[in-house]
Ligand binder design. Structure first.
Ligand code: SAH
Length: 378
């Protein structure tokens, strides 16, 4: 029997492994990973499960959901909020997730500029009048580079035991492949898109003729969208209501970048300090810190016991050194750590980000750390 499709002999229950809805979401996820869209909108997003999956795709910077039913969106929308870990370790990309309450039968400017629009099991829920307006709203007005539409394949229905009329009481229709394909081809032709058909939910062995359980059309806009084509649109009034928005912490935001840089600088400086002081005053074994030993990327080449140390002036020093109860660590040393220079890009930006956040030598060339706390331990 087909691995993916199992009809339980005695109960008559048809099961897909993984479940069909997960296969649809996986299809979208694969498409996102292939095309790397930055802005994705899910129309008919219901309980936001697909949005919740897509928020983990690192290419996406703008994620929007639209549904005509606010109650179903509100049920689980908290899953779209940032988690404590997102604040502790902000991502490099920016991400804004927004939920709108409204209908795909209406145009709203908030839906402009998307690269990918997904309509997963949506069209069969539309009233005839809404379905009529749908192509103009999605393909004509929103005009993203890619549109994915999935809908049940009615030809598969006889293989779903216990099914009366349709798969869901709210389905206004269920199309066979010829019906979906002719609608999709006509829509693609009218709005200058190409369309390819595929699906998820393989039929069982020997029944391949019925096609996939879920049929899918992937539409790709033939011509790139120009600024003129966007501007030629009549200005549209906002009709959707925004019911949720989450702006994720990101290193693109100066505030989070500064935090991350300062934390990294302090962490690296502490390791160097430990290393220098450990050299001067050997740590008793029970105090040895595994983390510091294993994390140590920097090996000071300076001879810690050198008598010349105290006579070194900060400006001329290329190496960290201890003078009295102060550890001096040249900024160039700290900037040379890959994590630090990757975050900052340039040395100038690095200096700008740490200014006022750490103590610097009078000439501003080195970070100063007190040795005091270490000495207190002895
Ligand atoms: N995409 C989801 C939900 C599919 S059910 C999934 O794959 O699980 C269809 C959803 O479309 C429902 O949440 C319904 O409220 C919504 N819907 C129905 N008519 C709509 C319309 N005119 N505009 C926007 N959403 C609509």
């Amino acid at each position: 029997m087909d691995k993916e499709f199992q009809e339980e002999q005695f109960t008559g229950i048809t099961k897909f492994t993984p479940p069909l809805y997960k296969q649809r979401y996986q299809f979208v996820k694969d498409l996102v990973e292939k095309h790397k869209p930055k802005k994705v909108a899910d129309l008919g997003c219901a309980d936001c499960t697909l949005l919740w999956i897509l928020k983990r795709c690192s290419c996406i910077e703008v994620l929007a959901g639209l549904d005509v039913c606010a109650t179903v969106m509100k049920k689980n929308m908290h899953r779209l909020s940032p988690l404590p870990g997102d604040y502790l370790q902000p991502a490099e990309r920016s991400l804004t997730v927004t939920l709108h309450h409204g209908s795909v039968a209406h145009k709203d400017p908030c839906m402009l500029g998307f690269d990918l629009v997904t309509c997963i099991e949506l069209i069969e829920h539309l009233e005839e009048s809404e379905l009529k307006k749908f192509p103009e709203v999605v393909f004509g007005f929103m005009a993203p580079s890619i549109v994915v539409i999935t809908t049940p394949n009615a030809e598969f229905n006889p293989l779903l035991p216990g099914l009366i009329l349709s798969r869901h009481p709210d389905h206004k229709f269920e199309w066979n492949r010829a019906q979906f394909e002719s609608w999709a081809l006509e829509t693609a032709r009218s709005y200058d898109y190409s369309v390819e058909f595929t699906g998820v939910g393989h039929p069982p062995t020997g029944m391949e003729d019925v096609g996939f359980c879920t049929q899918i059309g992937v539409f790709v806009r033939k011509r790139p969208q120009t600024i003129e084509s966007v501007q030629s649109e009549e200005p549209t009034e906002a009709v959707y209501q925004t019911i949720f928005q989450a702006v994720y912490p990101s290193l693109k935001d100066e505030k989070y970048l500064q935090n991350a840089v300062v934390n990294e600088v302090i962490f690296r400086a502490q390791i160097i300090k430990q290393s220098l002081l450990g050299c001067l005053i050997p740590e008793p074994e029970e105090y040895s810190d595994d983390l510091i030993e294993t994390e140590l990327e920097f090996q000071p080449s300076v001879d810690c016991f050198s008598e010349h140390l105290e006579t070194l002036v900060v400006e001329n020093s290329m190496e960290p050194f201890v003078d009295g109860n102060v550890v001096y660590i040249p900024l160039t040393t700290i900037f040379s750590f890959p994590n630090v220079n990757r975050l900052c890009g340039t040395f100038e930006k690095f200096c700008e980000l740490i200014a006022g956040k750490v103590t610097l030598s009078s000439d501003g060339s080195a970070l100063m750390l007190s040795t005091e706390y270490e000495n207190e331990e002895y």
